[in-house]
Design a protein around this ligand. Structure first.
Ligand SMILES: [Zn+2]
Length: 235
């Protein structure tokens, strides 16, 4: 029985290692996916800023066009001036010209403001573009590393499974079945060491006679509280 329990401890160790690796195999793809999603969100943000910057360029172009239009009107009015007969008409056209000139001044001022704003934004954007490039590189590297880790962990898992199969052969069938049954629903942990006078699996108090029996190692004892197979730590 003692050798059986010793092998069982080894089996539990391997099983715990298997559980850790299985969890990692499940989690790595999720981590890779999350990195991709995070990058996508950053890219969306970047595109919004790019569109904002584009708005300033469009606005400047529109203002420049308005200036051109106003200048055309002034040229037209000036040519009309040559054909004017009355002073009243003359004054009216001069008024129109002055209105258009005022518009031009206002547009020019607005262009200057827009350019100043877009200059600031362009500088910020430049920094953001570099940051974005770095983000992409970092994400790719992290994803590659995770993929490599996944391969390694898969490899390790298959080794552990082989080790487990080997070790299982040295454990009596009835004990193995019992262990397999117990570890179900107990986070894959079928055995519990005794620490002082408590079960390490659930911290329940263990009567001295039970501890003495476990120490003898002639029979399988389970914890009354958590149902795990009790192991004396020497094993
Ligand atoms: Zn217990």
């Amino acid at each position: 029985m003692k050798t059986d329990l010793k092998a069982l401890c080894g089996l539990q160790r391997i099983d715990t290692e298997i559980i850790t690796r299985e969890a990692r195999i499940k989690n790595i793809p999720l981590e890779i996916e999350k990195l991709g999603k995070d990058l996508l969100a950053k890219e969306e943000d970047f595109k919004k800023k790019e569109a904002d910057l584009q708005k300033f360029t469009t606005k400047t172009r529109q203002l420049e066009q308005s200036i051109e239009d106003a200048k055309d009107k002034i040229t037209k009015y000036k040519s009309q001036l040559l054909q004017i007969k009355t002073n009243k008409e003359y004054q009216a056209i001069l008024q129109e010209i002055s209105t258009e000139q005022a518009k031009i001044s206002a547009y020019e001022e607005e262009i200057l403001e827009t350019l100043a704003q877009s200059d600031t934004l362009t500088k910020e954007f430049q920094g953001l573009r570099n940051q974005m490039e770095n983000n992409k590189k970092d994400t790719l590297i992290s994803q590659q590393e995770l993929n490599k880790e996944l391969e390694v962990v898969k490899q390790e898992l298959s080794v552990k499974i082989k080790e487990r199969d080997e070790l299982t052969k040295s454990i009596s069938k009835s004990l193995f079945i019992k262990y397999e049954h117990i570890k179900q629903g107990r986070h894959g942990i079928g055995i519990a060491e005794i620490s002082g006078s408590t079960c390490k699996g659930c911290n329940a108090f263990l009567p001295p006679q039970i501890i003495a029996e476990v120490q003898k190692g002639e029979k399988i004892w389970v914890c009354d509280s958590c149902g795990r197979i009790l192991i004396w730590h020497d094993e």
